[in-house]
Ligand binder design. Structure first.
Ligand code: AHR
Length: 320
């Protein structure tokens, strides 16, 4: 009898250890999630933060939220503090891809499951996190490139492209650049004549585009890795006396309201959607992880694309 009881106790302890880092882990229905956000660099990010906060409330999850102001060291500090506080689950959107192994190992040793949301890490050890929920950024870059190749299919003239990259070292900047390059490489008339980071912000997008315009008189196309940089660049293009969407064709990624408005107004030519509404799926995954349920190691967000006509039709119902 005594032996049977001790076997049951060991089994119960093992389950508890697998489930969480010391919080209730959903055992009594309550879950505490530590969430480290990249920052507030773009309209997309603001919508993503709102989605996570609103969904946590709706799902009854206590959310400990921190804004890293686009700095990896702040995210590492936040994750360490969540480990110390023994939250049940940690979710974060890594500002850059590399340099996470040590802190993720600390979370694993503390038996706190980690969910990557929005952006990936390049860790070889995939046991350091349970799943990655977010967009296929390479595919987004490909969609942008495909549209461009099609838009210029009847011309044989060279096409001079400038590129505003996202935050250096971040998954969306690396992947969107790669996907776009893959598509435009199919026709040698497409040339990226300048490519620089605008850090996903409107202010930097404007500043870098001003510099591009000064040193390159013949820009045909701008590919901006997000709407905000594209919107900043539009100000620079107008400031230089050119017409955005006509003199310079513009492709961006995200499809936030301001971007969609510029697309409907003819100042942007094409937008590839990247959805920030990850909150509901994130809460669902966290609950499943804490219940010990199997979850996929990768959850890809469903997304579409918008032409100017489609933007006009979609604007009124756009949530963010
Ligand atoms: O990681 C998603 C990207 O980050 C969005 O495209 C961009 O707007 C944001 O800042």
């Amino acid at each position: 009898m005594l032996k049977r009881i001790s076997v049951l106790v060991v089994a119960a302890l093992t389950l508890a250890a697998c489930g969480s880092g010391g919080g209730s882990g959903g055992g009594d229905g309550s879950i505490t999630m530590g969430f480290s956000q990249v920052g507030a660099e773009s309209g997309w990010r603001t919508a993503n933060t709102k989605s996570v906060q609103d969904s946590a409330k709706k799902a009854g999850v206590t959310l400990k939220f921190s804004d890293a102001q686009q700095k990896q060291e702040n995210q590492i500090k936040a994750i360490r503090s969540y480990i110390q506080q023994k939250v049940d689950v940690i979710a974060f959107s890594p500002v850059v891809e590399s340099g996470w192994d040590t802190v993720l190992k600390e979370a694993k040793d503390a038996k706190i499951p980690v969910i990557l949301t929005d952006r990936a890490v390049d860790s070889k050890d995939t046991s350091l996190y349970r799943t990655f929920l977010g967009s296929d950024f390479v595919e987004e870059g490909r969609k942008a490139g495909k549209w461009l190749v099609d838009a210029f299919k009847s011309s044989t003239d060279p096409v001079n492209i400038v590129e505003l990259q996202g935050t250096t070292g971040s998954a969306p900047a690396n992947d969107r650049k790669a996907g776009f390059a893959e598509e435009i490489a199919k026709d040698p008339k497409f040339k990226v004549i300048a490519s620089q980071t605008g850090d996903f912000t409107r202010a930097k997008g404007k500043e870098v585009m001003e510099a591009f315009l000064k040193s390159n008189p013949d820009i045909d196309v701008l590919f901006a890795h997000n709407d905000d940089m594209g919107l900043g660049a539009i100000e620079a293009i107008e400031g230089a006396g050119k017409v955005p969407g006509k003199d310079i064709q513009i492709i961006t990624i995200d499809a936030v309201k301001d971007g969609m408005q510029a697309l409907a107004d003819g100042k942007i030519n094409y937008i590839v959607e990247c959805s920030p509404l990850l909150g509901p799926q994130l809460m669902d995954l966290a609950k499943k992880v804490l219940k010990g349920e199997q979850i996929p190691t990768r959850v890809v967000t469903e997304e579409t694309t918008f032409t100017q006509e489609q933007a006009k039709a979609a604007l009124s119902s756009r949530q963010y």
